[in-house]
Design a protein around this ligand. Structure first.
Ligand code: COA
Length: 261
């Protein structure tokens, strides 16, 4: 499978996915959305994939939605805009639910939908000089498709400040509100990501996928509903081959079969 605006490099169980429109700071349009959606569909069907690093080529991670594409959209009907937005929403959901551990590598800037891409990743590592912002209201539009994912990360309070003003903020603030997990100097970005990748490769793949799927199922439910989901999930995993292998290896102080060095 080849992509127009993505470069994808496979190293064992790890895939390095790079947004590749550096001239427009990796802004995304319908073609980038199609590429990312197709990549995510492939990742969903790939049980050998354990970790993904999503990065941006050139000076920044992503400047969000392509302004030229949005300007074109302004001439489209409301129905055409809805269809287009739906393709974007499907892309975010497809990445959000990739069963492998997805790590965002943020340098330079993540703005608008670029922040949305960070929000659908499991782990976000940022260069300490990176700039963030939900800049949509500055352009007269809305952080709509990204909002469910961003809200799960940053909560309503930070969203009210940052969605409404569209103000830019730094990596330290992004970490404080839960959008980013690690903030490091640029020269340490890749070694920090390598450490997360080795953690990912020592976690049981089915357990990872199930733990990831559990999070949205549990959020927003009553304790009684949650208990039914969580007890069912842990019971199924404990009796699985993977669960048995992991517990036995732990007790024997050995390594379970899924660990790759
Ligand atoms: N859509 C389309 N093109 C974009 C873009 C976007 N979202 N963001 C940047 N570009 C283009 C610029 O128009 C410029 O094109 P040109 O070389 O033809 O003039 C090129 O990318 C470089 O932009 P520039 O601002 O000079 O780069 P920079 O490295 O100094 O700054 C950013 C990078 C991302 C900080 C800056 O471009 C920016 O703030 N962009 C706006 C992002 C935004 O608000 N997105 C929200 C969309 S909802």
């Amino acid at each position: 499978m080849s992509f127009e605006f993505l470069t994808v490099e496979r190293r064992g169980a790890v895939e390095y996915v790079t947004l590749n429109r550096p001239d427009v700071r990796n802004a995304f349009n319908e073609h980038v959305i199609a590429d990312l959606t197709a990549w995510a569909a492939r990742a969903h069907a790939d049980p050998g994939l354990r970790a993904v690093i999503l990065a941006g080529a050139g000076k920044v991670f992503s400047a969000g939605a392509d302004a030229a594409w949005m300007a074109k959209m302004a001439g489209y009907s409301r129905e055409e805009n809805a269809r287009d937005a739906e393709a974007g929403a499907r892309m975010f959901e497809a990445i959000n639910t990739v069963p492998a551990i997805v790590i965002a590598r943020i340098h330079g800037a993540a703005l608008g939908g670029g922040c949305g891409l960070a929000a659908v990743c499991d782990i976000v590592v940022a260069d300490e000089a990176a700039v963030f912002g939900f800049t949509e209201t500055k352009l007269g539009i809305l952080p709509a498709m990204i909002s469910p994912y961003v809200l799960q990360k940053i909560g309503a309070s930070a969203a009210r400040e940052l969605f409404l003003t569209g103000m830019r903020f730094d990596a330290a603030r992004a970490k404080e509100i839960g959008l980013v997990h690690a903030v490091v100097p640029a020269e340490n970005l890749d070694t920090t990501i390598d450490r997360y990748v080795s953690e990912a490769l020592s976690a049981a793949p089915t357990a990872v996928a199930r733990a990831k799927a559990l999070i949205p199922r549990v959020l927003g439910r009553t304790t009684a509903e949650v208990m039914a989901i969580t007890t069912e999930a842990i019971a199924a995993q404990r009796v699985s081959a993977e669960g048995q292998d992991g517990l036995k290896a732990f007790l024997a102080k050995g390594k379970p079969g899924w660990v790759r060095d």
